[in-house]
Design a protein around this ligand. Structure first.
Ligand code: CA
Length: 377
């Protein structure tokens, strides 16, 4: 079996209303989908995390390394790509591209063997996951104390048992909103905070101390990702568990996070940190360090399906009769093609998502939707 073609599709869609977070805003959702076609016609799909218009040229540039190779040799191809581009690509776009390709290769492998990816990866350890709602982005108009409180109430009434709140707009303003949200969702719904690295260590420590009594599940990306020293200070300086890692890459990047004990919970993006092959390795490393793993998920349905396959094989740590289960990040913000690219949407039922058990990633791609949202790049 040999790889015949590799395509990078850039999909984009304008939002009905732009939304923002601590340091940026967008009026468009975009994705780079990777399609790997074998000589016998079997096809696999993957998705890269990161800026789609930059992901696609890197994927295309890597294609010539892979044409004619055995698509089932996922680890061998991963190492081939990483070793080839390592000197200028240990983080960022190069690893994003390898990730999307790796996910597509796993999907193809699953389709070849007519087996779900999570079975080929040695699972499943679970068949469904509890999802938490990600949303609460900032709109151009209106009072966040009003529209975000309404939004989180909606998630609770949909059945989500935990929600994540976007912060990073200033300690005092954030504290007010966190208190309002905790009051709105009541004491029994999980509440996590995500600052999108909008603070320095001193601000993050101050905010963490102020809101810790409100039972906060984790404090995500309190500080910039390339400053592990500040992460360590935030961990030591305030009581909320510190999460991060959506901007970290590969076993080597997470080696430093883990050995320096910079985070309580790591959140590699499956389409960014190295794909399914690498994220399983990172997850096993995290287990050995006693650090929790909750995948970051921000893509369309392809990335979501990859995260679900990985979630099916994340090890329990520690094992016990009712072990801690990993959660799925379920993005609820507007995304015109998140589900449209799939023939069957990946939906939650009262905050729980079933892990697809069809071949490969367990999804079918709607080619008409791919064409509808594709842009020439
Ligand atoms: Ca985040």
């Amino acid at each position: 079996m040999r790889i015949a073609q590799i395509h990078a599709h850039v999909l984009e869609a304008r939002l009905s209303e732009p939304f923002g977070w601590s340091f940026n805003a967008t009026d468009t959702r975009g994705s780079c989908l990777v399609e790997v076609v074998a000589e016998d016609g079997v096809t696999g799909w993957g998705e890269c995390y990161g800026p789609a218009r930059l992901n696609a040229p890197v994927v295309r540039a890597m294609a010539s390394e892979l044409i004619g190779k055995d698509p089932l040799a996922t680890d061998a191809l991963w190492l081939q790509l990483y070793n080839k581009f390592r000197d200028s690509g240990q983080k960022g776009l190069v690893v994003n591209a390898i990730s999307g390709i790796d996910i597509a290769l796993w999907d193809l492998k699953g389709r070849h063997f007519e087996t779900p990816v999570h079975v080929l990866m040695g699972g499943p350890l679970r068949r469904e996951v509890r999802a938490y709602a990600t949303g609460t982005y900032r709109l151009r108009n209106g009072d966040p104390l009003d529209y975000i409180v309404r939004e989180v109430r909606g998630y609770v009434s949909e059945g989500f048992s935990a929600v994540k709140l976007k912060i990073g707009f200033g300690v005092k303003e954030d504290e007010k909103l966190i208190r309002a949200v905790r009051e709105a969702i009541g004491p029994d719904t999980g509440l996590m905070l995500d600052a999108n690295h909008g603070f320095d260590a001193l601000e993050a420590i101050e905010l963490g101390r102020r809101v810790a009594p409100l039972d906060i599940g984790w404090f995500e990306e309190p500080v910039v990702p390339d400053d592990l020293g500040s992460y360590i200070e935030v961990r030591r300086g305030q009581p909320i568990p510190v999460a991060g890692g959506e901007c970290e890459f590969t076993r080597w990047g997470f080696r430093d996070v883990l050995t320096r004990r910079a985070m309580d919970i790591i959140q590699p993006d499956t389409g960014g940190a190295g794909g399914l092959s690498e994220c399983k390795k990172i997850a096993d490393m995290a287990t050995a360090f006693g650090v929790r793993y909750v995948p970051h998920v921000w893509g369309c349905g392809v990335g979501l399906a990859a995260a679900l396959q990985l979630l099916a094989v994340l090890p329990h740590s520690p094992p016990r009769h009712t072990p801690l289960e990993p959660m799925l990040e379920f993005d609820r913000s507007e995304h015109p093609f998140r589900q449209a690219v799939l023939t069957t949407p990946l939906e939650h039922r009262r905050g729980v998502v079933a892990i697809p058990d069809g071949p490969g990633l367990g999804i079918e791609i709607d080619r008409a939707a791919i064409e509808r949202f594709s842009v020439a790049v």
